[in-house]
Design a binder for this molecule. Structure first.
Ligand code: CO
Ligand code: ZN
Length: 331
């Protein structure tokens, strides 16, 4: 599975530019699904199985896009000003390497700071691609880039850019490969534009029209020095979301997830995330409303160029997802 995670996280596909990662995922899942399609917003929708007597129509959503930057202005000396695609963190931005969709590499620099104790604002930062004038700058206004960092395997921990949410995509792909039988009609949806407002999940949930929906995404942790007060730690198992900044998970889904984890003896943790949300929010309020929840992979340093997950958490997330989908739900 680590090869898959490396392949997914080293692919560049910021929000709105998901066709590259879409093709990578399509190749990985083709042999394991009955039907694959791509909708108008670029969501990759894979159907597996049909509904038996005790089955439901279930939609799973993992977002394919990653946070990125978009060029807004190029000055006379070839320096590129930019805006964020998704929630860019200002700390640690300078010195980061980026890669544009055509392969052009660059680094992020900042204007001279008068107060070195504060991170520069987005307006003070620029991208340097080694150009010396606007004319020889290969980047145009509107071009997008993503952080450029190789995947790192520490054995029990893995680090990469875009773990958010390629790790969720990897968990869904691995579940597809290892699942034996399911009473459900399953839609594995790899969504677009999550980081800019859950847009792909909004249209795909309307199109699929499921009876139950789960997102598979990352959540932050509270286990780092003076970190946020949060009960989720790396290595304690997948997190069952109870609440985040945009959604109250359906209590019936929370209970079903916990029941299933306990029965299968899979470690899990309850998650209350105060900020941020996932595709589950969009699915929950789609059409006339869909019972929704979220399986979260605990992740440190979310939205930085080096996001860290625990290898056992990832494996247990796959196990929990397979266990959830392999039996009737019985809410
Ligand atoms: Co995110
Ligand atoms: Zn995410």
């Amino acid at each position: 599975m680590k090869n898959l995670i490396q392949k997914l996280t080293e692919t560049f596909s910021p929000s709105g530019n998901e066709t590259v990662i879409c093709e990578v995922i399509r190749k990985e899942i083709k042999a394991f699904v009955d039907d694959v399609s791509v909708d108008a917003l670029g969501n990759l929708i894979a159907r597996k199985g049909s509904k038996s007597k005790n089955g439901l129509k279930i939609m799973l959503a993992g977002h394919m896009d990653e946070i990125g930057l978009m060029a807004t202005h190029i000055d006379g000396n070839g320096f590129i000003r930019f805006t964020g695609l998704g929630g860019i963190r200002l700390t640690g931005l300078t010195g980061s390497r980026v890669r544009f969709m055509d392969g052009t590499p660059g680094i992020i620099g900042a204007e001279r700071l008068t107060d070195l104790t504060k991170a520069p604002s987005l307006e003070q930062c620029f991208i340097d691609v080694g150009a010396s004038s606007r004319k020889d700058c290969p980047v145009k206004v509107g071009d997008v880039c993503a952080f450029d960092r190789p995947f790192l395997d520490l054995g029990n921990r893995m680090i990469a850019k875009s773990m958010d949410d390629r790790i969720g995509c990897a968990v869904m792909i691995e579940a597809l490969r290892t699942m034996k039988a399911s009473p459900h009609e399953l839609y594995f949806v790899f969504t677009t534009q999550e980081e800019v407002g859950l847009r792909g999940a909004t249209t795909s949930a309307f199109g699929v029209d499921p009876e139950l929906a789960l997102s598979v995404d990352v959540t932050t942790t509270g286990d780092t020095p003076k970190g946020s007060k949060m009960e989720v730690s790396l290595g304690n198992g997948p997190a069952v979301k109870v609440k985040d900044g945009g959604m109250l998970a359906d209590p019936r889904i929370v209970n079903w997830m916990i029941r299933t984890a306990e029965k299968a003896k899979i470690p899990f943790q309850r998650e209350v995330l105060e900020g941020g949300t996932t595709d589950a929010r969009a699915m929950q309020v789609a059409r006339a409303g869909i019972p929704s929840g979220c399986l979260s992979v605990p992740t440190r340093y979310v939205h930085s160029p080096s996001e860290m997950v625990d290898t056992a958490d990832v494996q247990n997330s796959v196990k929990l997802l397979v266990a959830l989908l392999s039996a009737p739900v019985g809410l």
